[in-house]
Write a protein that binds this ligand. Structure first.
Ligand code: MRU
Length: 360
């Protein structure tokens, strides 16, 4: 019997029958594909904080489903009392991770549903919250596909593409963002050569990106994080595609720690760096990278997580920021579902949003 491919699983799903949020526990990949059902605020918060579900768009959709399920559990029928309890749960979920703006973006969309329908019976508001969360998942799939189409115009058959962390299907509801051009190219016979950075300390590149690309038949080569200069110097890389957790209004971009190193090296070797960014990840209220809050993670992720034994002396000081900021001048383009923004980003990102507002 053939085994089910990781690509056939849903990263995030709403299980109506059991009033649960169902996710793949990504901390178990690639060894084991374990689906877990989450019901309580604490279970959902933990799953986001512990990276059982991770990647900005997937976090957003998981939070939206989670918020609907938590709202459903609120017994109050008076709107003000219902809304007070809603806001408490919203703030709690929002505290799970600070950098990925999709978390607050998704929760704010859910909040807006409550506010705009405050005159309606609470039970009806709950149904509208369900519809909004389901719409967000469907939108995510369409958005990733559109990013893939725009991204594909930036490369040609046979090209080498380097990526960092996992901005793949496992970070979204389908296609991924940085991987969307790769998957669309794969369907169209582009034969890309993909280089996946392992991405210390949590190895999203090795455990997730290499896994999903390999399972999809993509020609993928796994690299340690310190090898990007070598492959670029060898001339093997034509473009870098990465995802992002928050893009500031001036184009500065927060993504997984190490992205700015890759971008700096890429500049040295004249390799263009493209940030694949759904508009849900672009935060026009954050003016520059200086204003982006960078999540700090616990030391044990660096010293011993994923290893049988600690790999560092006990008690040593550890610096473990989850993300870094790539300065906008290192970025050749920001690929959104509404087109590709180029320098100066302060203007081009505004145009992207104008296009979005005129079509929505
Ligand atoms: O800590 P993670 O695994 O959530 O970090 C994920 C990334 O940095 C991704 O590149 C980013 O969220 C974009 S996912 C489309």
């Amino acid at each position: 019997m053939s085994q089910k491919s990781i690509m056939e699983y849903e990263t995030v799903a709403l299980d109506d029958d059991n009033s649960a949020l169902e996710i793949i526990d990504q901390t178990k990949l690639p060894g084991e594909t374990r689906l877990i059902s989450l019901h309580t605020g604490k279970e959902i918060w933990d799953a986001i904080y512990l990276l059982k579900v991770r990647g900005a768009p997937a976090i957003g959709v998981a939070a939206a489903f989670g918020m609907y399920l938590l709202a459903k559990q609120i017994k109050e029928q008076d709107f003000e009392l219902f809304y007070q309890a809603f806001l408490q749960q919203k703030e709690y979920l929002n505290s799970a991770r600070p950098t990925a703006v999709n978390l607050s973006w998704a929760l704010n969309r859910m909040d807006k549903v409550c506010i705009e329908n405050r005159e309606k019976p609470v039970e009806q508001i709950k149904e509208l919250l369900r519809a909004e969360s389901v719409a967000m998942k469907e939108e995510d799939i369409q958005v990733c596909k559109a990013i893939g189409e725009y991204g594909l115009t930036l490369v040609k058959p046979g090209d080498g593409i380097l990526t960092h962390c996992n901005a793949g299907q496992l970070a979204t509801c389908k296609y991924g963002t940085a991987t969307a051009p790769i998957y669309l190219g794969q369907e169209r016979g582009y034969h890309f050569r993909v280089y996946a950075d392992e991405t210390r300390p949590l190895l999203q590149g090795a455990r997730l990106t290499a896994y999903e690309l390999y399972a999809s038949g993509v020609d993928v080569t796994l690299l340690c994080d310190n090898m990007s200069a070598t492959v670029m110097r060898n001339g093997w890389v034509n473009a870098v595609f990465v995802g992002c957790d928050r893009v500031a209004a001036n184009g500065d971009t927060a993504n997984k720690i190490g992205t700015s190193v890759v971008a700096t090296v890429a500049k040295r070797y004249h390799v263009p760096v493209y940030i694949c960014a759904p508009t849900s990840t672009i935060d026009m209220n954050t003016l520059t990278g200086e204003d982006i809050v960078i999540e700090q993670r616990p030391a044990h992720e660096v010293t011993q997580m994923w290893y049988e034994k600690p790999m560092a002396p006990e008690g040593v000081k550890v610096f473990n920021p989850a993300f870094d900021v790539t300065d906008h001048d290192l970025i050749a383009g920001i690929v959104t579902e509404y087109g590709i923004a180029r320098e100066p980003y302060t203007e081009s990102l505004r145009e992207i949003f104008a296009k979005k507002n005129s079509t929505d």
